[in-house]
Design a protein around this ligand. Structure first.
Ligand code: GN1
Ligand code: MG
Length: 370
């Protein structure tokens, strides 16, 4: 179905004047739509939820309904009581004309429309310590917002998401395939990455083991708090919203903490091809942690703090493993424009992991002072 006909099934006022691809997500297809009215303009985001990644796109929308309802109520209450130093925002679902939260097209694909957060941007890379601090504040505030949500309202959006032991199992299964064997046989770099994974199998289980021992407890987490999912107000320069709410569900907040840091403290970005440029920037990390603790520090336990370093080391390893496995499986999960792209993405994450390992003592010192 043509995109303009599809978006016409949603309840949006005005005349559609532009509909164009938007953002750099690796999973869903995203478009920006602009509508004109006599006195105003409305901008919305149209997205196709990726069925190959999310087994039940309808569940994603039910979850989003619950998350936004909970957070919007809390945001309004906080605003009425003047509890915040800024206006925190969150996208709203725009309903279809039949009052549903999504539209299913003739191919069975699930489409949704959400509001665009206006006068704010997300960046592809950290812009400096002030930006990193605001990213930390935005994630910390988001954790506060969802902290008292009933996890039972949420259905598992993506079974196995951020379960590192599961990714290792999938990787081991892939290694046995003909395709993976051929790719590894043909590339020195792939062999090097294989060795990198072998040397770190134990570390991959650190958070899962801590959870099993009861030291860490699942709470609500975001699941994908990378730098381009954190909106910064164009006028004030302050963090104003977390976007990409598809994976908000019960999980360890450590995953979010490590995932945000692996994204924000790598100023070269996920697609860098010159590994010499990939380093973990400790100034950005310190700034991020300061912002995060200001908003979320009060609900972290001593045990939570114990595992912060492990989470910073784990997440680039986990993402590198996911990229590497996808490369070996023939690029079936993450969107790619070049056949070697997932291999290179894995190289970047593993280099970042090494850079974190080399700075362990200094990073632990920073974390102790928080
Ligand atoms: C994917 O779609 P996007 O780019 O927001 C992935 C994240 C990864 C990220 C790496 C559901 O997120 O886990 O960290 O790519 N999301 C899913 O860029 O797998
Ligand atoms: Mg995402």
């Amino acid at each position: 179905m043509e995109l303009s006909l599809l978006i016409n099934k949603f309840n949006i006022k005005g005349r559609l004047v532009a509909l164009q691809p938007f953002g750099h997500g690796n999973i869903n297809d995203t478009f920006l739509a602009i509508y004109r009215n006599t006195f105003t303009e409305t901008q919305v985001v149209l997205q196709k939820v990726n069925k190959k990644v999310f087994p039940e796109p309808e569940v994603i929308m039910e979850n989003m309904h619950e998350v936004t309802r909970h957070c919007h109520d809390k945001l309004e209450d906080d605003a009425v009581h003047g509890r915040d130093d800024r206006v925190w925002q969150m996208p709203r679902i725009i309903k279809a004309k039949d009052s549903k939260d999504y539209v299913i097209d003739d191919k069975g694909e699930v489409w949704r429309v959400i509001t665009r957060i206006m006068s704010a941007h997300a960046f592809e890379l950290a812009q400096g310590p002030e930006h990193a601090l605001e990213c930390g504040a935005a994630l910390g505030h988001f954790h506060y917002l969802i902290s008292d949500m009933d996890p039972k309202l949420i259905k598992d959006p993506l079974p196995g998401f951020h379960i590192t032991s599961g990714y290792l199992k999938a990787y081991d299964r892939t290694l046995k395939t003909k395709g993976a064997k051929a790719l590894i046989g043909a590339s020195m770099e792939a062999k090097r990455l294989l060795k990198f994974v072998e040397e770190r199998r134990d570390l991959a289980l650190c958070l899962e083991k801590a959870e099993k021992r009861g030291e860490l407890k699942k709470r609500m987490f975001h699941g994908d708090p990378k730098v381009n999912n954190i909106m910064i107000d164009d006028v004030t320069g302050k963090g104003t919203a977390m976007i990409d709410l598809d994976t908000v569900s019960p999980g360890l907040i450590h995953i979010d903490f490590g995932d945000a840091l692996r994204s924000i403290c790598n100023p070269a970005g996920e697609e860098e091809t010159n590994l010499a440029k990939v380093v973990f920037d400790e100034d950005l990390a310190m700034a991020f942690c300061k912002g995060y603790m200001r908003e979320a520090g009060s609900f972290l336990t001593d045990a939570d703090r114990e595992y912060l370093f492990d989470s910073i080391r784990l997440l680039p390893f986990e993402l590198g493993l996911r990229f590497f496995q996808d490369y070996l499986a023939g690029n079936v999960y993450f969107k790619t424009s070049k056949p070697e792209q997932n291999l290179n993405r894995a190289r970047v994450q593993f280099r970042l992991c090494e850079s974190i390992e080399a700075r362990e003592r200094s990073i632990r010192n920073v974390l102790k002072k928080l």
